[in-house]
Design a protein around this ligand. Structure first.
Ligand SMILES: CC(=O)N[C@H]1[C@@H](OP(=O)(O)OP(=O)(O)OC[C@H]2O[C@@H](n3ccc(=O)[nH]c3=O)[C@H](O)[C@@H]2O)O[C@H](CO)[C@@H](O)[C@@H]1O
Ligand SMILES: C=C(OP(=O)(O)O)C(=O)O
Length: 420
């Protein structure tokens, strides 16, 4: 197993090119299941979750052709299986996103229930209840969701009592091929939802309202292929911006989507960063300003993203003043706190808040990555900790950050990978 070694580094400096968004690319690749025509996706990041998705799609009968490093052609001329097995699903929760498309295209699907993971229970009831409203018969049996529908799925009005990104995506894909109109109320408004709707519409779907809490999908009988470019990764962008802020650096993120990062940029400004944005770039300078702790509460988009919470816990640990980070989306997303404490961070966990005293003098230590964004927070802490930080279990990191050592190294960070 690989580990990452981070040495105390100079302030980050230079340019970094942002990759396509993992959380947009995963549902986008699933749209290939909805059509017999070829679908070409570009700006697809090279990540473990993407190779898992490709393996899953291949298993269902989808032709997968890697055209260039970040471009893939998927062709589901005919699907040969309706089953997403536990072996593939267990490593990636987004696998549940094959359920809606399989049901819409084949009228049946067997998808292993994704297990619990380090950040919370993450049930899939909203996905299942929405599909049932559209006429699917669903049983959960031996760890599998077994779903079928007689004929086509039917348009329905679906109200979600919790805002769910994945359920909105699954239902939007299923409804694209349903008979009649589906209205999703209290829908997620994340930029990745808008990206998925744009891709589906480019395939001939009739979706309006994506990006608001009410999405209307007028089902069509068939969809065409697509040639679609994945949205830039706002969480990867935010992670480099926090790393630059914490180290007192000056960086420019290229190929970014500033309009997807309002809540994060506003908190970074409060923390002391000077930020300038252009159409597809963000420049951040904290060479001349002090670092101040911030108060953050996670919320569905356009609120502050839970996927940026761990990085801000690291920021607050070393900033001046008391910082409070409150997590409202996942019930167990503070596994990075004990690891940061091992590095000397003075942080107290109070129910669903991480309260930091500020100006902790961090020291390198062996620490363990417990999930994807927790890994990112440990890297950020390692950049300013005295000595060396050894982060184990970095397979979590490889799920979501393309070429992270190369990108951080290009900004002057002292990061290397070694086998344990
Ligand atoms: C691949 C992907 O895009 N992952 C993102 C997606 O995950 P994901 O789509 O899994 O997250 P959801 O938006 O569904 O989860 C939000 C909340 O709803 C709950 N819930 C969800 C579904 C359900 O059927 N029942 C239920 O109770 C969850 O446990 C959680 O508390 O959105 C999360 C919230 O922004 C992000 O942290 C993840 O990075
Ligand atoms: C939690 C995340 O991803 P996933 O939903 O794929 O586990 C994430 O991207 O931070």
């Amino acid at each position: 197993m690989d580990k990452l070694i981070i040495k105390q580094s100079p302030p980050l400096k230079g340019e970094v090119v942002i990759s396509g968004a993992k959380n947009a690319a995963l549902p986008l690749l699933m749209t290939s299941l909805l059509t017999a025509q070829p679908c070409r996706y570009s700006n697809v990041p090279q990540l473990r979750d993407i190779s898992t998705t490709q393996a899953l799609l291949k298993d269902l009968g989808v032709g997968v052709e890697q055209q260039e490093a970040n471009t893939v052609l998927l062709h589901a001329a005919e699907l040969t299986s309706d089953t997403a097995s536990y072996d593939l699903v267990r490593t990636m929760r987004a696998s549940i996103l094959v359920l809606g498309p399989l049901l819409a295209r084949l009228g049946k699907a067997n998808v292993s229930l994704p297990g619990g993971c380090a950040i919370g229970a993450r049930p899939v009831n909203l996905h299942l209840e929405g599909l049932e409203k559209m006429g699917a018969v669903i049983n959960v049996d031996e760890g599998y969701v077994r779903a079928s529908v007689d004929g086509r799925l039917k348009g329905a009005r679906i109200f979600m009592d919790i805002v769910s990104v994945g359920a909105t995506e699954n239902l939007m894909m299923a409804a694209a091929l349903a008979d009649g109109e589906t209205v999703i109320e209290n829908a997620a408004r994340e930029p990745e939802i808008v990206d998925l709707a744009n891709c589906l519409n480019s395939m001939g779907a009739r979706i309006s309202g994506a990006g608001t809490d009410k999405i209307r999908i007028h089902g069509v009988e068939t969809l065409n292929g697509c040639d679609y470019r994945v949205l830039p990764d706002r969480i990867e962008t935010g992670t480099y911006l926090v790393a630059a802020t914490v180290t007192g650096g000056h960086i420019k993120c290229l190929n970014a989507a500033p309009e997807t990062l309002d809540a994060v940029l506003s908190k970074l400004q409060q923390a002391g960063a000077v930020i300038t944005v252009g159409k597809d770039w963000i420049e951040l300078d904290r060479t001349q300003t002090p670092l101040t702790a911030v108060k953050v509460k996670t919320a569905p988009h356009p609120g502050f993203p839970t996927d940026m919470q761990a990085q801000f816990v690291a920021l607050n640990a070393v900033a001046h003043g008391t910082g409070v980070i409150t997590e409202t989306i996942f019930e167990n997303r503070f596994m990075h706190v004990p690891e940061l404490q091992r590095m000397g961070a003075e942080i107290a966990l109070e129910t669903n808040s991480a309260v930091s005293k500020g100006e902790s003098k961090l020291k390198g230590a062996p620490v363990m990555a417990t999930d994807l964004r927790a890994s990112a927070s440990l890297i950020i802490a390692g950049l300013v900790a005295e000595g060396e930080t050894h982060i184990s279990r970095i397979y979590h990191l490889d799920r979501g950050y393309e070429a992270i050592e190369r990108k951080l190294g290009g900004l002057g960070a002292k990061v290397s990978r070694a086998s344990e």
